[in-house]
Design a protein around this ligand. Structure first.
Ligand code: FAD
Length: 434
C-alpha cells in the first residue's frame, strides 16, 4: 500500500479520528488516516448537535467555513405518555451570541469539512480502506496495521483507534471485550424536509435560530431509551433509541417505535407535510464509565465511541469524541517532541489528562445511572404516565377545588406505587445522580 513509515496511524475519520489526526498533523507529525467509507461521514450517523467548545479547542476559527445548520436557542425536555407531554422548556436570547454554543449539523457534510482540514494540516487520508487487524512487534507491542488493500501493511510508532462503537479492530486484537447488549443502544433516525419558513413558524424561530426536543416516557414502550427532534435549516432530524438488550426482549422494532413517536399528537403537527429523504440506524455506546475499556497500551490508544466515551444522560457524544481525540493527539505529539516512545507507561499521560477533563469527571459522576435506569423501569412508563395525569388534573378547570385536586394527584401516585416505593426510587435516583 505504502512503503512509508508514519509517526501515527489513525483508524477512522469520524470526529474522534479527525480531531486526533488534525492535532498530530498540526504538530508536525507524519500522520496516516484510514477510513473504510467511500468518504469521511458516509458511514456516520448523528442527531446531530455539535458542541462548539470541543471543536473550538481543535480548530478555533471553525465557524468561518464549517457547514453549520442552526444555532440552538431553545431546549425542550419532554416527559411523554400516549396523548400528552409535560415539559421543561428553556429558551434564551443569550444563545443568539456572536460565538454560539451549540449548533445543529448534517454529519456527512461536517465530517467532509473536518477531513479537508485534516488534509490541509498535512495528514495523508485514505478512504475505502478498512483496517483488518493490528500488527505487533516482538514484544507484543503494536507497530502498525494491516488493511484490505493489496500489500496493505503500514507501520507507525502509534495507532490511534478511532473506529467507532463496534471497536472491531481492538476487539480482534484482544485489547477489549465484545460489546454487551445492555451497554449499547440502537438508534434510528430520519430526516424530514420542509421549507425553512415552515420550520421557523412551527418552532417560533428566526434567522439561523434552532430548537431541540429531547423526549422520554411511554414512547419507548418501557425500554431504556429516549427520542429526539432537532431543527436544521430546511429539515428536521427525528429519531429514537433504546438498549439493544431491551429490543432483544421486546416484540417492538426500532422502526415501529419511530413511527409511533412521529404519530404522537405532540410530534405529528411539527412534521406534517414533510418529505422523508433519509433513514439511518446506528449503535450508541451507553454503558458510561463502567464500560470504558483499557484505553492505551504499548503502541496504541483508543478515542471516541470506540472507548465508550459517550454521556448518554446529556446526549453528548461527538464532543467527547473530539476531546478524547485531541487529548490523545496532544499526548502523542508531546511524547514525540521529547523523544519518548509511545509505550503504555508513557501513554498513561493520556489517561491522566482525560481524568482531569470533563470527559471522565462527567462519566464518573453518572457511573451508577445506567444501573438505576435498568432497575427502575417506572421511569420510562409509570412515572411519565402519572406526571401527565397529574398535569391533566391540575390544569383542567372543572369546578373541583384545588385542594381536592391535590389529594387526587397524591392518591393517584400512592395507588400506583407505595409511598415506600416512591421514596425509595427518589433516593436511588439522588444517589445515582450524585
Ligand atoms: C442517532 C444518533 C444520534 C446522535 N446524536 C448526537 C448528538 O446530537 N450530539 C452528539 O454529540 N453526539 C450524538 N451522537 C453520538 C455521536 O454520533 C458519536 O459519539 C460520535 O460520532 C463518535 O465519533 P467517533 O469518531 O468516535 O466514531 P464514528 O463517528 O462512529 O466514526 C468512526 C469511523 O471509523 C470508521 N471505521 C470503523 N471501522 C474501521 C476500520 N476497520 N477501518 C477504517 N475505518 C473504520 C467508520 O467508517 C467511521 O467513519 C449520536 C449518535 C447516534 C447514533
Amino acid at each position: 500500500m505504502t512503503e512509508d513509515r508514519f509517526d501515527a496511524i489513525v483508524v477512522g475519520a469520524g470526529p474522534s479520528g479527525n480531531a486526533a489526526a488534525y492535532t498530530m498533523a498540526k504538530s508536525g507529525l507524519k500522520v496516516l488516516q484510514l477510513e473504510r467509507g467511500e468518504y469521511p461521514g458516509s458511514k456516520n450517523v448523528q442527531g446531530a448537535i455539535l458542541y462548539a467548545d470541543a471543536v473550538e479547542k481543535v480548530i478555533p476559527d471553525f465557524r468561518e467555513d464549517a457547514p453549520l445548520e442552526r444555532h440552538v436557542i431553545e431546549q425542550r425536555l419532554w416527559m411523554m405518555n400516549e396523548a400528552s407531554h409535560t415539559g421543561i422548556h428553556y429558551r434564551s436570547d443569550d444563545f443568539n451570541e456572536e460565538r454560539p454554543n451549540r449548533y445543529t449539523i448534517i454529519r456527512a457534510q461536517f465530517d467532509k469539512w473536518f477531513s479537508r482540514k485534516v488534509r490541509e494540516a498535512g495528514a495523508v487520508v485514505l478512504c475505502e480502506t478498512t483496517v483488518t487487524e493490528l500488527v505487533r512487534g516482538g514484544r507484543g507491542e503494536v507497530i502498525g496495521v494491516r488493511t484490505d488493500r493489496d500489500g496493505g501493511c503500514v507501520l507507525a510508532d502509534v495507532v490511534v483507534l478511532a473506529d467507532g462503537v463496534n471497536g472491531l479492530v481492538g476487539q480482534r486484537a484482544g485489547l477489549r471485550t465484545e460489546l454487551e447488549p445492555d451497554t449499547v443502544a440502537l438508534a434510528v433516525k430520519e430526516m424530514h424536509f420542509l421549507p425553512r419558513e415552515v420550520i421557523d413558524a412551527r418552532f417560533n424561530l428566526k434567522g439561523d435560530e434552532g430548537a431541540v426536543i429531547e423526549a422520554m416516557g411511554t414512547v419507548t414502550d418501557g425500554m431504556v431509551g429516549t427520542a429526539f427532534l432537532y431543527t436544521n435549516r430546511e429539515s428536521i432530524s427525528v429519531g429514537i433509541g433504546c438498549l439493544v438488550s431491551d429490543f432483544a426482549q421486546s416484540q417492538t422494532t426500532p422502526y415501529q417505535l419511530l413511527e409511533r413517536f412521529k404519530r404522537h399528537p405532540s410530534i405529528g403537527p411539527l412534521l406534517a407535510g414533510s418529505e422523508v429523504k433519509e433513514y439511518a440506524a446506528h449503535l450508541i455506546p451507553e454503558g458510561g464509565y463502567k464500560a470504558v475499556p483499557e484505553i492505551c497500551g504499548d503502541g496504541w490508544v483508543v478515542v471516541g465511541d470506540s472507548g465508550h466515551f459517550v454521556n448518554a444522560i446529556h446526549r453528548e457524544g461527538s464532543n467527547l469524541a473530539m476531546t478524547t481525540g485531541r487529548i490523545a493527539g496532544e499526548t502523542v505529539a508531546r511524547l514525540k517532541r521529547s523523544g519518548a516512545a509511545c509505550t503504555r507507561a508513557n501513554l498513561a499521560e493520556y489517561r491522566a489528562s482525560l481524568d482531569a477533563s470533563f470527559v471522565m469527571k462527567d462519566l464518573r459522576k453518572y457511573k451508577d445511572v445506567p444501573r438505576f435506569l435498568d432497575r427502575t423501569r417506572q421511569v420510562f412508563g409509570l412515572y411519565p404516565h402519572l406526571i401527565n395525569q397529574a398535569s391533566q388534573t391540575w390544569f383542567r378547570v372543572d369546578g373541583v377545588d384545588k385542594r381536592t385536586k391535590e389529594r387526587e394527584i397524591l392518591a393517584s401516585f400512592r395507588k400506583s406505587r407505595s409511598l415506600g416505593g416512591l421514596i425509595g426510587d427518589a433516593i436511588k435516583l439522588a444517589r445515582a445522580w450524585r
